[in-house]
Ligand binder design. Structure first.
Ligand SMILES: C[S@@+](CC[C@H](N)C(=O)[O-])C[C@H]1O[C@@H](n2cnc3c(N)ncnc32)[C@H](O)[C@@H]1O
Length: 254
């Protein structure tokens, strides 16, 4: 197996890899529409948590929003920095990149708005970490400030079968072709789903790269309970976000 660092490799491939960012990247406007429908104030900075490769960050900055983008991964920040450097300078200047753990991060100011796009909640694979994240959102908002988040629901086939293996091929814009094999393992008790992913770059010699990721999915009722327990009033939970693939949540600090 290659010793390529998971973080560095995955951040480079993220936007083009099936199961990771590809679906979002292909339908970006549709996924981001939830945020654009609710965010209007361009005079105050938005705290974005789990900015990843910037699939929401860059469109927000292009639209004139000021964004403080927190992510724990320096490799993800690097991809975002490269995307911003290809933008007009006025766009790039609207984004402050903050390398930090969102569960403990304390921003400079209490924000009016926090945006948590696509998956950072479920990417924290324990109940304790997810609660720590919502507590951190609460700490970083002013009273009356709002949290907007979206994340995927589990695939029921994986939940029912507990273990499932899938294989697919994809080609990057660079021309590199990969055979992607994913073994999904679900634990109904902990709600944790583990993915053992192997990217086999096609060519001679083949160079497989192993990636392991875990998610903890949330049900409607647990999400509502967690948010209320962390000091939020739930304004709306759309369980049909992006054609039923995920939840979109609005919660207000009380
Ligand atoms: C599933 S990706 C989503 C990326 C991005 N939001 C998008 O729209 O594609 C989750 C992101 O959360 C980040 N992340 C995970 N744990 C974190 C933490 N404790 N604090 C801050 N960011 C975190 C990861 O580095 C990754 O960029």
């Amino acid at each position: 197996m290659s010793d390529v660092q998971y973080d560095d490799f995955l951040s480079r491939i993220y936007d083009e890899a099936p199961y990771f960012g590809r679906e979002r990247a292909r339908e970006l406007e549709q996924y981001n529409a939830f945020y654009f429908a609710h965010l209007h104030d361009k005079s105050r900075r938005i705290l974005e948590i789990g900015s990843g490769t910037g699939m929401l960050t860059v469109p927000l900055a292009r639209a004139g929003f000021l964004v403080d983008s927190v992510d724990i991964s320096s490799a993800m920040h690097e991809v975002l920095a490269e995307k911003l450097s290809a933008e007009d300078e006025s766009v790039a200047r609207r984004v402050r990149r903050i390398l930090a753990d969102a569960t403990t991060h304390v921003g400079e100011e209490p924000y009016d708005t926090i945006a948590m796009p696509e998956g950072v909640v479920i990417a924290l694979p324990s109940r304790e970490l997810q609660i720590a994240l919502f507590e951190s959102c609460h700490r970083n908002l002013r009273v009356g400030g709002r949290l907007y988040a979206d994340f995927a629901q589990p695939r029921w086939k994986v939940v029912y079968e507990q273990t499932l293996q899938e294989h697919t091929r994809f080609r990057m814009h660079s021309g590199d072709e990969y055979l992607l094999s994913v073994t999904f393992r679900n634990d109904r008790h902990t709600q944790i789903e583990e993915w053992d992913v192997v990217f086999a770059k096609q060519g001679v010699p083949p160079e497989p790269i192993e990636v392991k990721v875990s998610f903890r999915f949330l049900s409607y009722s647990e999400l509502q309970f967690m948010l209320e327990r962390c000091g939020f009033k739930v304004i709306a939970i759309d369980v049909n976000h992006s054609h039923g693939r995920g939840f979109a949540v609005i919660a207000e600090k009380v």
